[in-house]
Ligand binder design. Structure first.
Ligand code: DGL
Length: 258
């Protein structure tokens, strides 16, 4: 079975890895839209257009299920993708919310891109479940991760700047509402000691039970729309595998050719 996964950049590889751990035999195709990352500062219309284009590229490769491994795209484009695509579409917001509802005692922090926080997607679902929500955008986290700066003094300073006061506010659970953020999980859990961290990548993989059959050759194809950094190193850092990424479209340009 062939499963397609897309994100604005490398962050969605955290979801790819969780899916691979759960389904060792399926064939995975990943697209990271590195030519247009970040999605998190863009308008809903642009996020929807980019998402449809990424999904179209993966559909051409014969995927049978689509996973939106980006919270920004899940927040704005999931309905449109479900409407337009002839295959099941799974996003990252609902699985993360379900996990937070399971573990929280009442007050949940959500961090994500500006667009995800502005969309209110997490806040609405968590409030419906009777939880108190404090949502905050952390726009510097994505560039840190895209540059592979996920440990050390700089990463810790930035994490403290955004999150330290969550301890004072008293959240018991924090949802990493951006697929780039699990790479900063080590630093985040040190800064927020005792807070339950929800990484939706594992929750998404669990949600695929019943949608995905673990059959295939176990291949992984990884595509990017631009080579803006040392992608081989970052792919290996995140997935733990040596995968040779393929560049679509031949480099930096405003619109990849799909
Ligand atoms: N990985 C994307 C997400 O989960 C965020 C990165 C971006 O801003 O493009 O929202």
């Amino acid at each position: 079975m062939k499963v397609g996964v897309f994100d604005s950049g490398v962050g969605g590889l955290t979801v790819l890895k969780a899916i691979r751990n759960r389904f060792p035999n399926i064939d995975l195709v990943y697209l990271g839209d590195t030519a247009r990352v970040p999605y998190g500062n863009r308008s809903p219309e642009t996020v929807i257009r980019y998402s449809l284009e990424c999904a179209g590229f993966l559909m051409e490769r014969g995927i049978e299920v689509l996973v939106i491994a980006c919270n920004t795209a899940s927040s704005y484009a999931i309905e449109e993708l479900k409407k337009k695509l002839p295959v099941p579409v799974v996003g990252v917001v609902e699985p993360g919310v379900r996990e937070a509802v399971r573990v929280s005692r009442g007050r949940v922090g959500v961090i994500g891109t500006r667009a995800t926080v502005r969309s209110g997607s997490y806040q609405r679902l968590l409030k419906e479940a009777g939880l108190e929500v404090i949502a905050r955008a952390c726009p510097l986290f994505v560039p840190l991760v895209e540059e592979g700066v996920v440990e050390g003094e700089i990463a810790e300073k930035v994490v403290r700047m955004y999150l330290e006061d969550f301890l004072r506010i008293g959240v018991d659970t924090l949802i990493l509402g951006c697929t780039h953020y699990p790479l900063l999980k080590g630093v985040i859990s040190r800064v927020l000691k005792g807070v339950h961290i929800v990484d939706s990548s594992e929750a998404v993989a669990r949600d695929l039970d019943g949608v995905v059959l673990d059959e295939g050759e176990g291949t992984t194809e990884v595509y990017f729309t631009d080579r803006s950094q040392d992608l081989e190193r970052i792919v290996e850092l995140i997935t733990g595998e040596r995968i040779q990424p393929v560049l679509v479209g031949g480099g930096s340009q405003p619109d990849p050719p799909f």
